[in-house]
Design a protein around this ligand. Structure first.
Ligand SMILES: *Cc1c(COP(=O)(O)O)cnc(C)c1O
Ligand SMILES: [Zn+2]
Length: 428
């Protein structure tokens, strides 16, 4: 077998059999990791193969996850892969936003371009492909919204039942609508993600549900390809920093794993520093890192308008801490007001995203102001979700955004002329 499942704790590393369905080590209870056999793989050869596949019309080659299948190799035949052509997301320069943040050379890797509009699709194609191989009938997740939309899509494609647990009234209407539209069953419970997650985690073993939250190690395998695709887009020249918002901390853990494997294969010679940005109302990981504490202390009542990262007790904190240690990474916490300003700054480059994604730029600005990121640094912000994921947020803030840009006039020529003349005189 070219892959196996292993405990992710360095002082344990117990191997588990390949069809193990749990998400915790049987010996120490820690999270698990899929290990991909790298011996025998040749870095230069892989680069050439991966580029060649860009010209291919095979469905597997059209996926930004499975195009890198030498490193995502836990499937038997290509026909068994459940894909919606995820990944292959753009890397866009954002010069005005970079200037605003403190004079960095900024580009954004926009995960909103995924099939259901967030990076969760990278992980979900992998987890659902694994669920099919295991022959499970029902997949389940707790969600702040995007995991449920993504799971609903991939489960539908695989012909599996999908069961979503979400905090009642706490996820955006757009995300809920996606999950409903794609045929998921929805159970609303609790005040926040953490409650829903805690319940579904305990129930999944008893009730025979296959859990596809980011504690599922196959999710991480799909998501690690973000790092591979990004480096390929940069002709294998690493940036100084890769910045991600931190919720349950699966994404940063996955990117770190991707970078680790690229370095082992000598596909990069330098590893970028990973930066996690949390929202001030849900910043348990930031407190852990900034105080140097040994154990995470959960935030009991997480609160932030960036609902995708409204998580008080991030499950992947140990993996994420390792990611920061390994890459000499940074962590910062930003307020909702700072996130709002950053989201506005991105729109000046024509880039929309959901609030949690804009936390990255808010964090970069704060780290620049503190001198922890230098002017001129080469920075990639991972924008995790699509602009249309949270229209309620924009409407709530409409007064601050429109500033006289939106007017209603009588449907007659004179009024229209006056309105247009006002626009012509206004500054951009
Ligand atoms: C899930 C999500 C996050 C948080 O990612 P984690 O892996 O849980 O840290 C951030 N932004 C968006 C848009 C998300 O959907
Ligand atoms: Zn263990």
């Amino acid at each position: 077998m070219p892959w196996y499942i292993e405990c992710a704790q360095d002082d344990c590393r117990t191997r588990h059999c390949a069809d193990y369905r749990g998400h915790n080590c049987e010996r120490c209870g820690g999270l698990l990791e899929v290990r991909c056999e790298l011996t025998g793989l040749n870095g230069a050869g892989l680069r050439a193969t991966w580029i060649e596949r860009r010209l291919s019309n095979l469905p597997l080659d059209g996926s930004g996850v499975w195009r890198f299948r030498e490193l995502v190799n836990f499937f038997d035949d290509p026909g068994s892969v459940i894909s919606l052509a995820e990944g292959r997301t753009p890397l866009l320069e954002a010069p005005r936003a970079g200037h605003w943040a403190g004079g960095v050379r900024l580009s954004v890797k926009h995960q909103g371009a995924n099939p259901t509009g967030s990076f969760k699709d990278l992980g979900m194609t992998a987890a659902i492909t694994r669920a099919v191989a295991l022959g499970v009938p029902v997949v389940a997740c707790a969600s702040t919204g995007n995991t449920s939309s993504s799971m609903a899509a991939y489960a539908a494609r695989a012909g599996l039942k999908a069961l979503v647990f979400v905090p009642a009234g706490k996820i955006s209407a757009a995300k809920l609508a996606q999950a409903i539209d794609l045929g998921a069953f929805i159970i609303e419970l609790g005040e926040n993600f953490d409650q829903a997650f805690d319940l579904v985690r305990k129930a999944s073993a008893d009730l025979g549900l296959y859990l596809v939250n980011s504690v599922n190690p196959f999710r991480i395998e799909g998501q690690k390809t973000l790092a591979i695709e990004l480096l390929e887009q940069r002709n294998w020249s690493p940036p100084d920093y890769i910045v991600v918002p931190g919720g349950n901390l699966g994404n940063v853990s996955a990117i770190a794993k991707g970078l680790r494997e690229l370095r082992e294969l000598r596909l990069v010679d330098k590893v970028p520093r990973l930066v996690v940005i949390q929202s001030a109302g849900a910043d348990a990981f930031y407190r852990l890192i900034s105080t140097g504490a040994q154990e995470l202390v959960p935030v009991m009542q997480p609160e932030t308008e960036a609902t995708a990262i409204r998580i008080g007790s991030p499950a992947n904190w140990r993996k994420a801490r390792r990611a920061l240690i390994e890459t000499q990474g940074l962590c910062e916490s930003v307020t909702d007001a700072e996130i709002f300003d950053a989201k506005r700054a991105l729109t000046v480059d024509g880039i929309g995203c959901e609030p949690a994604s804009a936390a990255t730029l808010a964090g970069i600005r704060k780290l620049c102001a503190a001198g922890r990121i230098g002017a001129g640094a080469d920075v990639v912000a991972v924008l995790t979700g699509h602009q249309l994921k949270d229209p309620d947020y924009v409407i709530r803030h409409a007064g601050e955004i429109e500033c006289g840009r939106r007017v209603q006039v009588k449907p007659e020529a004179g009024a229209l002329r006056r309105a247009v003349e006002r626009v012509l005189k206004a500054s951009a």
